[in-house]
Write a protein that binds this ligand. Structure first.
Ligand code: IPM
Ligand code: MN
Length: 354
């Protein structure tokens, strides 16, 4: 029987509550589809930092490298200064484990309220491939004359040929395998960011023409991308973009698919250790109330299994989630589902079918 070693980092706030439901579902599908998960829990996050001062000890990072995947809840604690956990844990994992792709599906499930008038599930079904290791997120920059009237703050976007090319290749391959409209849209800002997106655009067309002639290439500036996502989301199949733009447009994407209660993502290092997470934050105000929606975490578990090759189990989870959104939940918002966090997890388990 196949066995997967999975590191679980429930993290902060509502992270542990939603991961608990995600693990329930993983456990149930593993029995149905005959594989085993060997789970190792890690208490990384705000509480550990406040107690010990540790964010991500080297020894833990070394251990994490030995897993098949990482399942992450949420990072961010109201008593910890913003940036410490985000940079020291989440971004450090993404960078040090070279998870150079952030894969974020934007899919409106049946029964889910969409804020866009007249848009249906068939209109909102695309995937954002966000570069996850470079751009503005490298933390390069400086202050000049800090604290004075002549202060200058510089923040550099670093884009390497290698980093851009591997991200674009992943996006082309993903578009091919997705086998829908076979259209890849590069989202950039070539009219202003004439270094960074000049490189992106050149590599996009160069490798697209040579190695992916079956994939239609399209380009949209990031501001226009936001507009089309609202006006004509059905135009998109796969969008590829840099780290910062990807961060922004995927929050917009989460809203048009029904909110943070359902949006999941994967931090992927092809061939390496990848990490899957609900993309909403730790939601301190809902913590411990049992009212947060666990579907995003459950969908992150689905992506994790899909990535590990358990495609049937992953498909079964999606089917079950769709059954719940279309037949049971009143809303996807915390406190408005009509059920508790644990009840939603239980219903997903009950609805599972081969
Ligand atoms: C995300 C988050 C992170 C990011 C933060 C928490 C550092 O917003 O996963 O999108 O900016 O990437
Ligand atoms: Mn974000």
């Amino acid at each position: 029987m196949k066995m997967y070693k999975i590191a679980v980092i429930p993290g902060d706030g509502t992270g542990p509550e939603v991961i608990r439901e995600g693990l329930k579902v993983l456990e149930a599908v593993s029995r149905m589809f005959n594989f085993k998960t060997n789970l190792q829990m890690y208490d990384l996050g705000g509480d550990r930092y406040l107690k010990t001062g540790e964010v991500l000890p080297d020894s833990v990072l070394k251990e994490l490298r030995t897993f098949d995947s990482i399942y992450l809840g949420a990072v961010g604690h109201p008593d910890v200064k913003p940036g410490i956990l985000e940079k020291g844990l989440l971004l450090k994992l993404r960078f040090d484990l070279e998870q150079y792709i952030n894969l974020r599906p934007v899919k409106l499930f049946p029964g889910v309220d969409c804020p866009l008038k007249d848009k249906k599930p068939e209109d909102i079904d695309f995937v954002v491939v966000r570069e996850n290791n470079e751009g503005l997120y490298v933390g390069e920059g400086e202050f000049i004359n800090k604290g004075t009237q002549n202060e200058v703050a510089i923040q550099v976007s670093r884009n390497t040929r290698r980093g851009v090319e591997r991200c674009l290749r992943y996006a082309f391959e993903y578009t091919r395998n997705r086998n829908k409209a076979k259209k890849l849209t590069l989202c950039g800002k070539t009219n202003v960011l004439t270094y960074a997106f000049d490189l992106w655009e050149r590599v996009f067309h160069e490798i697209g023409e040579k190695d992916y002639p079956d994939i239609k290439r399209d380009y949209a500036h990031v501001d226009a991308t936001c507009m089309w996502m609202i006006k004509n989301p059905e135009w998109f199949d796969v969008i590829v973009t840099d780290n910062m733009f990807g961060d922004i447009i995927t929050d917009l994407g989460a809203m048009i698919q029904g909110g943070m209660g359902i949006a999941a993502g994967g931090n992927i290092h092809p061939g390496g250790v990848s990490m899957f997470e609900p993309i909403g934050g730790s939601a301190p105000k809902y913590t411990g109330k049992g009212i947060i929606n666990p579907l995003a975490a459950i969908c992150a578990g689905q992506m994790l299994l899909d990535y590990l090759g358990e495609t049937q189990a992953a498909a079964a989870i999606e089917k079950s989630v769709i059954k719940i959104t279309s037949e049971k939940l009143k809303s996807l918002a915390a406190g408005k589902m009509g059920f508790s966090t644990a009840e939603v997890g239980d219903m997903v388990v009950q609805a599972l079918q081969k």
